[in-house]
Design a protein around this ligand. Structure first.
Ligand code: TYD
Ligand code: MG
Length: 458
């Protein structure tokens, strides 16, 4: 019987050490080391039963210039948004990790995709839900697929025996934290298990050219649970995010070996599954807010996708000692900074006001160009003066109240124009080489928040 070997592994970054340490020398986190059994192999080259049956391609060095990229084949996922995020479809032999909070819709997304992909023999490995639950979900999604196999199994050795028999063309693993291999003795979900299982799957993907969709849990800090190494192993990392209480979901690409990470997909969660949202602006704008104060429309860009989104603010007199601050879809510290700018520039008395901020649809938009609309919505609510509904805006606000230039201004202007807006407020000196004569929309350039306020509230 071989001796079990243990090591202390940082749960944050996956660094290992033979003894326990309080502060990780790699990621600097405190108290993250946990003991794990790293190997109990009888013989070092004991292969997985299932895996060894594959004929492995013998690798040999080739000249870079002789490598034929040809027309890179991409598998159409039958989902415009998913294709877009993947950079034009799934690459054969690639491993894609989909991370996200529990209940956000990861399983729904992959099951829905698997149901649509009728051309491929797909194997869906579920370690979280029973076959019955999956069947119920599939019924809810309303489609059927005769080429989709469900396997409720978490043992990798067993899984590979089935893979060998079935020879699927697409493999789905829901989730990587539930599967385990006998090669490693620690429990499922532990760092060494996740790392080892992912490595086995990767080997399979590369050797057979079978694409794999992996689902990964997210920890409380919002990164993918388990080691960072998991993100290094896979080819593409997608993050599925959104507010559970709202119906919109964003699928973001945070790493992509086969395309850009600037693309993002937008979905709407409905009773019958996720619906692709190809034109986000139309959904994120309330149709009729004419005359309502506290609403400002921002022309934003997420990745490389422009869309218009509604910012709503409610300012009321603080009834109790400490004023309340709340923000949905926006960084609350950033909002506090903007409130301080307002206090300085517009005589807004911070201490006496409760401020509530909401970005339509519960979406978290990371674009700094949201600042101007946030600050305008707050002031609009505070003054109780509505902003004309044909105006939208874009601009980052600096500490001294200056409006800073933002990226891709042309795209923002064009999107606003397309949606029928009459006026757009943008930062000064942002329009380099953009021909304003051609655009129908009235472009107002401002340098300071005061100028924007004068434009909006007279
Ligand atoms: P799920 O895919 O199980 O999330 P995850 O795998 O990320 O944990 O999504 C579960 C949620 O989605 C659940 O709260 C119900 C909701 N849902 C719908 O609103 N409509 C649907 O058609 C489906 C299948 C789920
Ligand atoms: Mg799930």
């Amino acid at each position: 019987m071989a001796k079990t070997k243990t090591a202390f592994v940082c749960t944050q970054c996956g660094n290992d050490s033979p003894k326990w340490i309080g502060k990780c020398p790699v990621c600097g986190e405190w108290n993250t080391y946990a003991e794990e059994i790293i190997s109990s192999k009888q013989s070092p080259d004991r292969e997985l039963q299932g895996l060894s049956n594959y004929e492995t391609l013998k690798s040999k060095p080739v000249l870079l210039q002789e490598i034929n990229t040809g027309d890179e084949i991409r598998l159409d996922m039958c989902d415009l948004e998913l294709n877009r995020v993947l950079g034009g479809g799934l690459v054969p032999g690639s491993m894609v990790l989909i991370g996200g909070e529990p209940g956000i819709g990861k399983s729904t997304l992959v099951l829905q995709t698997a149901l649509k992909l009728k051309r491929f023999k797909t194997l869906y490995i579920s370690g979280e839900e029973s076959a019955k639950q999956l069947k119920l979900r599939a019924e809810r999604l309303g489609t059927n697929n005769e080429n989709l196999f469900i396997l409720c199994e978490t043992n990798m050795e067993q899984i590979f025996t089935h893979i060998n028999n079935l020879k699927p063309e697409l493999l789905i693993v829901d989730s990587i934290q539930t599967v385990y291999t006998e090669r490693v003795e620690s429990s499922p979900g532990s760092i060494s298990q996740v790392r080892e299982s992912a490595a086995i799957l990767l080997k399979f993907a590369k050797e057979t050219g079978t694409p794999i969709l992996l689902i990964g849990h997210i920890n409380k800090e919002g990164s993918i649970a388990g080691p960072k190494v998991l993100e290094h192993i896979v080819d593409t990392v997608l993050q599925f995010e959104g507010d559970q209480h709202y119906m919109y979901r964003i699928l973001r690409n945070i790493k992509n070996r086969f395309g850009s990470t600037a693309e993002l997909g937008i979905y709407e969660m409905r009773q019958d599954g996720l619906r692709e949202v190809n034109n986000p602006s139309e959904l994120l704008l309330t149709q009729n807010h004419d005359g309502l104060s506290g609403v400002a429309i921002a022309a934003t860009i997420e990745g490389i996708r422009p869309f218009l989104i509604e910012t709503q603010a409610l300012v009321s007199t603080a009834a109790y000692g400490t004023p309340q601050r709340s923000a949905t879809g926006f960084d609350i510290r950033r909002m506090n900074m903007l409130l301080a700018v307002l206090e300085k520039r517009a005589g807004f008395k911070l201490v006496q006001k409760d401020v509530f901020l909401n970005i339509a649809g519960g979406l978290k938009v990371n674009d700094p160009a949201m600042d101007l609309s946030v600050i305008s919505a707050i002031l609009s609510s505070s003054l109780d003066i509505a902003i004309e509904h044909e105006i939208c805006m874009s601009g980052e606000v600096g500490l001294s109240g200056e409006i800073r230039p933002v990226n891709r201004i042309e795209q923002r202007i064009l999107e606003a124009e397309k949606l029928g807006f009459k006026k757009i407020i943008i930062p000064q000196n942002n329009l380099k080489g953009f021909d304003t004569a051609k655009s129908q929309i009235h472009i107002v350039q401002v340098k300071k928040v005061e100028e924007a306020f004068r434009e909006l509230f007279g």
